[in-house]
Design a protein around this ligand. Structure first.
Ligand code: C2E
Ligand code: CA
Ligand code: CA
Ligand code: CA
Length: 288
């Protein structure tokens, strides 16, 4: 028995060792990626579900690892947060996204497959806890907007619900300042945290992004549909716009429209696109 215990312990130690080495390797690779800027940004259309026209794009970071290929953000944003590398990565994404937005002027075509947006689309950028707490963040945002000559009204920042609940004081003050400048703030992954109603009313936000875990299930669950209906009503009462995430089917689109939610994003409309394709999509042209 003692021998078996020792075997387990050794196996545990060697697994732990492998995990630590892997993490260190990933960390070293991420540091190098920041120096070499081995990242890109993709843009997923946010559409008016009544017409299918894009009203904005969400910017999503991509890391191109020399050996592993593309590393999904869920696998490196956390590490970037822990190591502080999120600051250079985040400001790079911010500048890229704002520069891309500067190019998104809508051009009207006569007959196109995809309906063309009526206004100039905004860009929505994910911002993490550490970025928001970095002194000078508001200045970084202002500088990026000025450099690209993009008005604040065309930029939205996405903050997760859990972050808004966690670090209220510093984060809320920062967001209030950004909103004063004219940027919009969206509460990301709404429904996964536990905002109380009174909090929701006070939060420095303009938009609720309804998490995919809700939209996924509304076609099959009546309970879920009632819950989403309640959230949409509540948002309306509080003057918040709703954007539903992760719409993959026509059935889900129809239900959301019936419930009064007009904006959404998801594979039904488009996957995240590289910048030239985002512009083509906007003009109603198929990707190259
Ligand atoms: P998120 O902000 O909730 O972004 C939505 C995620 O859902 C994206 O994954 C998007 O590609 C995916 N998605 C969109 N439509 C559909 C759909 O119809 N079905 C399904 N199954 N998925 C869909 P992605 O690009 O892998 O990003 C994952 C997360 O990484 C994001 O979740 C966000 O929290 C984080 N992230 C991405 N880029 C950045 C960034 O620049 N900065 C920060 N701080 N976080 C980022
Ligand atoms: Ca987001
Ligand atoms: Ca989300
Ligand atoms: Ca998420």
């Amino acid at each position: 028995a003692k021998g078996a215990g020792k075997g387990r312990w050794c196996r545990y130690q060697s697994e732990l060792h492998t995990a630590i080495v892997e993490r260190l390797e990933l960390r070293a690779a991420l540091t190098e990626a920041v120096q070499k800027l081995s990242f890109s940004v993709e843009y997923q259309p946010i559409v008016d579900m009544r017409t299918g026209a894009a009203v904005g794009f969400e910017a999503l970071a991509r890391w191109h690892h020399p050996a592993r290929g593309p590393v999904p953000p869920d696998q490196f944003i956390g590490l970037a947060e822990e190591t502080g590398l999120i600051e250079p990565i985040g400001s790079w994404v911010l500048r890229q996204a704002v520069e891309a937005a500067a190019r998104w002027h809508t051009v009207r075509h006569e007959a196109t497959a995809v309906p063309v947006a009526t206004g100039t689309p905004y860009v929505s950028i994910n911002v993490s806890a550490r970025q928001l707490r970095t002194p000078g963040f508001v200045g970084t945002v202002r500088a990026a907007l000025e450099a690209a000559d993009v008005p604040p009204s065309r930029v939205m920042l996405e903050i997760t619900e859990s972050l808004l609940l966690r670090d209220q004081e510093p984060v809320w003050t920062e967001l209030a300042e950004l909103r004063t400048l004219g940027l919009r703030v969206a509460i990301d992954d709404f429904g996964t945290g536990f905002s109380s109603l009174s909090y929701l009313q006070q939060m420095p936000a303009d938009v609720l992004k309804l998490d995919r875990s809700f939209t996924e299930t509304i076609a099959s669950s009546r309970r879920q549909r009632l819950l989403v209906e309640g959230i949409i009503r509540l948002a309306g009462t509080l003057g918040l716009e709703i954007i539903a995430e992760g719409i993959e089917t026509e059935a889900v689109r129809t239900i959301l429209l019936d419930l009064g939610c007009a904006s959404g994003q998801g594979y039904l409309f488009s996957r995240p696109l590289r910048d030239p394709d985002a512009l083509r999509w906007l003009h109603g042209d198929p990707p190259a």
